[in-house]
Design a protein around this ligand. Structure first.
Ligand SMILES: NCCCC[C@H](NC(=O)[C@@H](N)CC(=O)O)C(=O)O
Length: 699
């Protein structure tokens, strides 16, 4: 047996085995309105903790950069040793972050977020111990552990954001996560030198560890929020609904298969689209609750794909990211030196110019993200950003005929503003697009591969810069960077074309609201026959069969026949009394049915009698007089004998009295029906206002 439970405004079929689930109307009545994962407040909380996840990571990542002079001086590090320390974050991640992505797909976001924030903290604590003990090798170990946790944490954050904010909020949510990450970097550069002055190197690293605990707290809160959302979803989505989702997914899959030839991919795409949500209920759902993570072991759950199955679109996107990020990151690493030596800028101004990339990105990321959500065009903007990078590097590596380092003095500032805008565009459009071109079940793997490529590109570019600058100079390096950015732009053209031809331009489209949006979910449940939309069903039926409706139709009918208000009241009265209306009598005569003559009617004193039997002030209108051959049944009531109709003509009265057609003089009478008040309030009003009645009462 199934019953219908309330799902917000949705009536949904639920299993009777859970008669008082927390989502049942009864439970809702007792518990009041519960916070729903689709609430804006809830989703903002999720976004906040998701952003804070990597705050500690970015703060600590830039600690060596912020304290470069102090670290090298305090620990007596050579340039090689320092660079080895810094690059030990990236090198292992040319492989390790790929493994991390696989594990994230395997174990889910909640476990991964906690484990990875812990790993980042452990790495930072090891580094803190290392600088305290002045053990360089331990510093390397710490940076290694920190890097393994950190890059995978980036992947985890991206999968969380894409699952909770899939749809029309995706890019903006990514933008906010980038902003918080940038704030972590900027805070590190701006505060750590002062912190070092107060508490020394160990203290500065310890502050980083303290900030990492903030990220662990964020991970813990995320676990609670995500789990609660999942519980809500489980309560509100019966197993059959889940099964239906997968059925719909496979339909989508078949449609897409023709275009892509990849059945599994589209099945997973469909699952992401129907379960993300942001959540799944996310119901930002939009109402968005987080998308449901496909459960392993489920017969219908598609397995994560191997990287080789991720498709051309993904690989192009990853390559663009690798080229674009590697030039910017490796330029940032040497930017201060570059501006100082090549342009003669002061150390401070050089630092300011370099930091512009992060500063602009911090402000622009959410703005660009919001724009992408509103107008789409992620692919076009990624292409434009790569072109802007090309322009920026090209101008930085251009000199006038006299060998002066700039075509005009403002080149560094303008180029860095351009590069900042380009970097913002790349980071704001690349990651949301990445989540659109890979199936949800393989997102961790895909982002892991992309990050691994990015780390490989950045490490390689850094080595290239180190080996090239001394022999060929910075101009050469800038020109190579411009060339690499141009290649990225060409790949972006290819990527856009491929997406347009094979996938209908999905990366440039405006995404619809979360599928878990309540309205959409209701539509889906109703379409699947799992919910009853009682508003369309119940209200029209009620309206159609209501006494008011019947009376309105009847009145409209008689009005069309030219009956006035008084005539209709008379009809009401005749109907109530069970007396044949003159029209009826005429028709009966025409039909050859003999009706008693109207003159045989006694004065309807029975009306008064009937009224006296109705308590004053009673909400129940006076019942029509019960017609009975037995006066004993209704003492004081005069039976208008020979006036009751038993012929079909009685039905000429649209609202026959309960007693009509049951009493014809000389004929056997059926047992009297129980008294029942007239159902129409209009009839009641007519009755009360009837002048006949008034005259009867006065008599
Ligand atoms: N969840 C954020 C997506 C990554 C943002 C991106 N960072 C990276 O790609 C890191 N691999 C950078 C690093 O090496 O720290 C960014 O735009 O910062």
């Amino acid at each position: 047996m199934r019953n219908v439970a309330s799902y917000g405004s949705i009536a949904k079929v639920d299993d009777a085995s859970a008669p008082f689930s927390a989502s049942s109307p009864a439970a809702s009545r007792w518990s009041g309105r519960r916070v729903r994962p689709s609430d804006a407040l809830y989703r903002n909380a999720v976004l906040t903790v998701a952003c804070v996840l990597t705050f500690g990571l970015y703060f600590c990542y830039d600690t060596p950069g912020a304290l470069v002079t102090d670290i090298t001086a305090d620990l007596h590090l050579t340039s090689f040793r320092y660079n080895l320390l810094v690059s030990l974050y990236s090198w292992p991640n040319t492989v390790m972050v790929f493994v991390g992505g696989l594990l994230i797909d395997r174990y889910g976001n909640r476990k991964s977020a906690v484990a990875l924030t812990l790993l980042v903290l452990v790495g930072q604590l090891i580094m803190t111990a290392a600088v305290t003990l002045r053990w360089y090798w331990l510093l390397l170990v710490g940076r290694f552990v920190f890097g393994i946790g950190g890059e995978s944490l980036n992947v985890c954050q991206s999968t969380i954001v894409s699952r909770w904010f899939a749809g029309h909020e995706l890019a903006m949510a990514f933008g906010f996560s980038l902003t918080v990450s940038r704030i972590g970097s900027i805070l590190s550069f701006n505060t750590l030198p002062y912190v070092h002055g107060v508490v020394g190197l160990s203290g500065a690293f310890a502050v980083g560890a303290l900030i990492c605990t903030l990220s662990i707290a964020a991970a813990s809160v995320f676990v609670c929020l995500d789990r609660y959302a999942e519980q809500c979803r489980a309560r509100e989505s019966p197993p059959s609904a889940q099964a239906w989702r997968y059925r719909v997914d496979s339909v989508e899959e078949e449609e897409e298969e023709e275009a892509t030839g990849s059945m599994a991919m589209e099945l997973e795409d469909g699952i992401r689209e129907t379960t993300t949500a942001s959540g799944d209920a996310g119901p930002s759902t939009a109402t968005s609750e987080p998308p449901e993570r496909p459960q392993r072991g489920s017969a219908r759950t598609p397995p994560p794909r191997s990287p080789l199955q991720l498709g051309l679109s993904f690989w192009l996107c990853s390559l663009i990211g690798m080229l674009a990020y590697s030039t910017v990151f490796s330029f940032i690493a040497v930017g201060g030196d570059f501006f100082h030596w090549r342009y003669g800028a002061s150390r401070e101004y050089s630092g300011f110019l370099v930091s512009l990339v992060y500063d602009i990105s911090m402000f622009m990321a959410p703005l660009l993200g919001r724009s992408f959500d509103q107008v789409g065009l992620r692919g076009i903007f990624l292409l434009t950003s790569c072109a802007l990078s090309t322009l920026s590097f090209r101008t930085l590596g251009t000199h006038n005929a006299h060998g002066n380092p700039a075509l005009f003095p403002r080149i560094p500032l303008l180029s860095m503003l351009t590069l900042g805008l380009a970097f913002s565009g790349v980071s704001s459009s690349l990651w949301p697009s990445m989540t659109l071109v890979v199936p949800a079940a393989s997102l961790g793997t895909a982002l892991g591969v992309a990050q691994a490529l990015q780390n490989f590109g950045t490490s390689t570019a850094s080595i290239f810069v180190g080996r090239t600058v001394d022999d060929f100079g910075y101009d050469y390096v800038m020109k190579v960077f411009a060339g690499v950015s141009a290649v990225a732009a060409v790949l972006a053209v290819w990527w856009n074309l491929d997406d347009w031809v094979h996938h209908g331009g999905r990366v440039n489209r405006v995404l619809p609201p979360e599928p878990a949006d309540e309205a959409e979910l209701r539509r889906q449940l109703i379409a699947a026959g799992l919910a009853v939309d009682y508003v369309p069903l119940y209200v029209p039926v009620y309206v159609l069969i209501s006494p008011q409706a019947i009376d309105t139709v009847r009145r409209a009918y008689y009005r069309r026949l030219g009956e006035g208000e008084m005539g209709m009241r008379r009809r009401d009265l005749y109907a109530r009394l069970g007396i044949a209306h003159p029209d009826v009598q005429r028709k009966a005569a025409e039909a050859g049915v003999r009706l008693p003559r109207p003159e045989s009617l006694q004065r309807p004193t029975g009306i008064s009698a009937a009224m006296t039997t109705t308590p004053r002030g009673s909400a129940t209108p006076p019942a029509a007089p019960i017609v009975s051959a037995s006066p004993a049944r209704s003492p004081g009531m005069v039976v208008p004998s020979a006036t009751r109709l038993s012929t079909p003509m009685a039905s000429a009265s649209p609202t026959p009295s309960p007693g009509s057609g049951r009493s014809i003089e000389g004929q056997p009478q059926p047992p009297p029906l129980p008294r029942r008040p007239p159902s129409s309030s209009l009839l009641h009003r007519s009755w009360k206002e009837s002048p006949v009645d008034r005259s009867n009462r006065s008599s």
